[in-house]
Design a protein around this ligand. Structure first.
Ligand code: SD4
Length: 297
C-alpha cells in the first residue's frame, strides 16, 4: 500500500507517464498538474502506441480525440469529445474544467474553444497513422461499427487510451483519461472516455477508476462510477473492478475492456475481460519506485 503522493497510469506507457507526473508530486505539486503532464506525455508519443497524435484515425482518415479530467476537491469535471486538430486533449479538457461552468464540449466547437484558449491547431496525422489507415482502407470501406455486436476488437495496434489517477501530498485526488477512441470509428463517434462514470470517475473521499477497451459497450454501464461506489462501501479495488466488469459480461456482452482503480489511501487493483493473450496492465509510482501490475486474462 503506497503512501501519498502516488500516481497510477494504465498500459505499458504507465511507467514513463508516471515518472513525469511523480516528479511534479514529489516537489509538492498538485495532482491535477501531475495528471496533465503524465497524459500529455502519452498524447505526444508517436512511436509504439496509438493515443492522440499519430493515433489510428476514424473511417475517413481523421484522428479525433476524447478526454476528461476530474478534480477531487471540487468534484469539477472537464471533457472534450471528438476534438479535432489539437494534440493535448487532456489540457483542453482541463480548460473546460477550470475556465468554464461547462463539463463537456465537442467536435469542431471543441477545436474552436481550444484555439480560443491559446492552443495551436495542427494535423493529428503522421506517416504511421496514415499507413494504418491506408492498410485498413485496402481491406474495407466501412467502419466495423456497422456490424452487429458482439464486436470483436481489432488488435492491429497497441493501446489507444491512457488513464491516470493521482493523489498529491495534500491528499487531493485527480483522475484523467485521453484517447483517440475506437479505430476506424464512424465520424462523430464519441466513446466512454469523456463521459463521467464511464471512461473515468473519482471521488475525493473514496478514490478513482479509469477504463480502457470497447467504450461503446462499457459506457452503457458506467463501470468507473460503479467501481467507485463499491469502493465507497469498502470493497477492495480489484474486487470492485471485477464486479463492474462482471456486470457487463453477465449481460452477455463479449467485449475487451479493463479497469484500474485506486483508493485515496493507495490500495489499487484491476480487472479485465477479453484480453486473454496480451492481458491488461497498469503501473503505480510511489516514493519506493514504479511497479507494473499485469492483469492477465
Ligand atoms: C473508446 N475506450 O473510445 C476507448 C478505446 C480504448 O484502448 O480504450 N482503447 O472506446
Amino acid at each position: 500500500e503506497p503512501g501519498k503522493p502516488f500516481i497510477l497510469t494504465t498500459w505499458d506507457f504507465g511507467p514513463g507517464a508516471n515518472k513525469l507526473g511523480y516528479d511534479v508530486l514529489r516537489e509538492g505539486g498538485s495532482s491535477v498538474d501531475a495528471v496533465e503532464i503524465a497524459i500529455n506525455h502519452v498524447e505526444l508519443l508517436t512511436d509504439e502506441y496509438w493515443v492522440g497524435y499519430g493515433g489510428v484515425p476514424n473511417e475517413i482518415g481523421e484522428t479525433t480525440l476524447d478526454a476528461m479530467i476530474l478534480w477531487g476537491p471540487t468534484h469539477d469535471i472537464g471533457g472534450v469529445g471528438c476534438l479535432k486538430r489539437v494534440k493535448k486533449a487532456i489540457s483542453v479538457a482541463r480548460k473546460v474544467m477550470e475556465e468554464t461552468q461547462h463539463s463537456l464540449i465537442v467536435g469542431d466547437d471543441a477545436t474552436r474553444f481550444a484555439v480560443r484558449m491559446g492552443f495551436v491547431e495542427e494535423s493529428l496525422t503522421n506517416l504511421r497513422s496514415q499507413k494504418a489507415y491506408e492498410d485498413w482502407k485496402a481491406k474495407g470501406e466501412r467502419s466495423d461499427a456497422f456490424n452487429p455486436e458482439p464486436f470483436v476488437e481489432d488488435t492491429l495496434r497497441g493501446h489507444d487510451t491512457v488513464g491516470t489517477i493521482a493523489v498529491d501530498a495534500n491528499g487531493n485526488l485527480c483522475v484523467g483519461c485521453s484517447t483517440n477512441g475506437r479505430e476506424f470509428k464512424i465520424p462523430g463517434r464519441v466513446g466512454d472516455s469523456p463521459i463521467p462514470g464511464a471512461g473515468a470517475y473519482g471521488d475525493q473521499y473514496v478514490g478513482g477508476a479509469v477504463a480502457t477497451g470497447n467504450g461503446d459497450v462499457m459506457m452503457r454501464f458506467l463501470p468507473c462510477y460503479h467501481v467507485v461506489e463499491l469502493m465507497r462501501q469498502g470493497m477492495p479495488p480489484e474486487l470492485a473492478a471485477a464486479a463492474a466488469i462482471k456486470r457487463i459480461t453477465d449481460r452477455g456482452y463479449k467485449f475487451s475492456g479493463g479497469i484500474a482503480a485506486v483508493t485515496v489511501d493507495g490500495r489499487h487493483g484491476g480487472a479485465q475481460a477479453g484480453w486473454d493473450k496480451e492481458g491488461f496492465s497498469y503501473s503505480v509510482q510511489t516514493e519506493v519506485g514504479n511497479s507494473k501490475f499485469p492483469i492477465p486474462g
